[in-house]
Design a protein around this ligand. Structure first.
Ligand code: NAD
Length: 397
């Protein structure tokens, strides 16, 4: 079938197999061009490995360090007349490239919050991988089923304490309007922490340690966004920020747990980027469109693969990492530079519907959004017939 983008709100309901493959290949080429990572990881578990920052982490571990990787994700396979999700096609392309390079890789498609998926992962690690020396936790999910009680918790993107009205780039009508968000209730705050906080990261590390599959010196990272004043009311100081604060608590607990192995857990703060997760957050389309404009002009713009490349080479596997006072890796320095933030804020005040194209990089935002689903990649014939029914050879189960 000929596959075209179908956009509904902040998601695209189709994905292009060859386009996703081209997107993955660009990232592989980027990592390979940087050469191998000295003392890099050997056996890596990536939880949330099919898109965004988790995919970039898997590609960096594999093609930068020659690591074996087990990837966990929640994606839909295509059928002969219906495309699957981008994360499925990304993984097909990743698998083909890793197989061609002779690098072991397997994947589990299921709910990473569940005990079943954790048990499946432990079995594969024991049988085929050897001890894990890096665990990347890169889940972004709107809900979580508690594995013990079976209760389903949903996260919300709301301010805490007071309602918040803010300028907004309405991506459906391509206008600048305003959004008002009511403050979260205590229950909504607690539920968001339950979904996006550190509890599941801890459960993974506990399960891995109990099964004795963690290597001496094992590292684990979980990804966060900290941001500054412009995004704090709806992110950093809002429900999602509260959940992310819980990652700091979890990092300390996991580091204590790993002390006997000389292991370490660190939260890692990354740059705001267009991904499937971030496009759902109010104000992010406007903030990111302005940020891209300013950072591209300054020559400091980066995507997922550039960020994760620096995380691995300059932080996790470096003797001189950039750590903040909480012990987090910081890869968000260029974005949070005061002069960048001041320029973004000045444009934020000025922008209106007529000046979207001149004052923001909304065109760049849109192009990158489409690329997440495999559309707009150079060298891909989008008029040609495409087979959506691609299989994963290394899928567990
Ligand atoms: P994403 O939506 O691109 O990726 C999410 C991944 O989680 C996918 O692989 C998806 O399949 C997987 N997933 C979701 N629910 C799952 C489940 N129940 N079981 C198994 N897999 C599941 O998101 P992203 O933007 O790459 O975000 C990853 C992490 O990075 C998040 O913690 C996010 O907060 C953080 N982060 C994102 C940004 C940003 O701007 N995008 C910035 C800083 C930090």
């Amino acid at each position: 079938m000929v596959i075209q983008p179908k956009i509904r709100g902040f998601i695209c309901t189709t994905a292009h197999p060859e386009g996703c493959a081209a997107h993955v290949q660009e990232q592989i080429d980027f990592v390979k061009a940087k050469g191998s990572i000295a003392n890099g990881p050997k056996n890596v578990l990536v939880i949330g490995s099919s898109t965004g920052y988790g995919l970039a982490s898997r590609i960096t571990a594999t093609f930068g360090a020659g690591a074996k990787t087990l990837g966990i994700f929640f994606e839909k396979e295509g059928s002969p007349n219906k495309p699957g999700t981008a994360g499925w096609y990304n993984t097909v392309a990743f698998e083909q490239a890793a197989n061609a390079a002779g690098l072991w890789n397997k994947h589990i498609n299921g709910d990473a919050f569940s005990d079943e998926v954790k048990q499946q992962a432990l079995q594969v690690i024991k049988a085929e991988m050897g001890k894990i020396d890096l665990v990347v936790y890169s889940l972004a999910s709107p809900r979580r089923k508690d594995p013990k009680s079976g209760e389903v918790y949903s996260s919300v993107l709301k301010p805490i304490g007071q309602a918040y009205t803010v300028k907004n780039l309405n991506t459906s009508s391509r206008t600048i309007d305003q959004v008002s968000v009511e403050p979260a209730s205590d229950e909504e705050i607690a539920n968001t922490v339950k979904v996006m906080g550190g509890e599941d990261w801890e459960l993974w590390l506990q399960a891995l340690q109990e099964a004795d599959v963690l290597a001496e010196g094992c590292q684990t990272v979980a990804y966060t966004y900290i941001g500054k004043q412009l995004t704090w009311p709806i992110y950093g100081k809002a429900t999602i920020g509260r959940a992310k604060e819980d990652l700091d608590r979890a990092a300390n607990a996991i580091s204590s747990q790993l002390a006997g192995l000389n292991g370490q857990a660190r939260v890692t703060s990354l740059k705001a980027l267009v991904t499937q997760a971030s496009s759902a957050i109010p104000i992010m389309p406007l903030y990111i469109s302005l940020l891209y404009k300013v950072m591209k002009e300054e020559g400091t713009h980066e995507g997922c693969i550039e960020q994760i490349n620096r995380l691995f080479r300059d932080n996790i596997y470096s003797s001189t990492p950039t750590l903040d006072e909480q012990g987090r890796y910081r890869v968000d320095g260029y974005e949070l530079d005061d002069s960048i933030q001041a320029k973004v804020e000045a444009l934020w005040q000025q922008v209106d519907t007529d000046s979207i194209d001149s004052l923001t990089d909304y065109q760049g935002y849109q192009a990158e959004f489409l690329r997440l689903f495999g559309f707009g990649l150079a060298g891909v014939d989008y008029q040609a017939e495409s087979n959506p029914d691609l299989k994963l050879a290394n899928l567990v189960g």
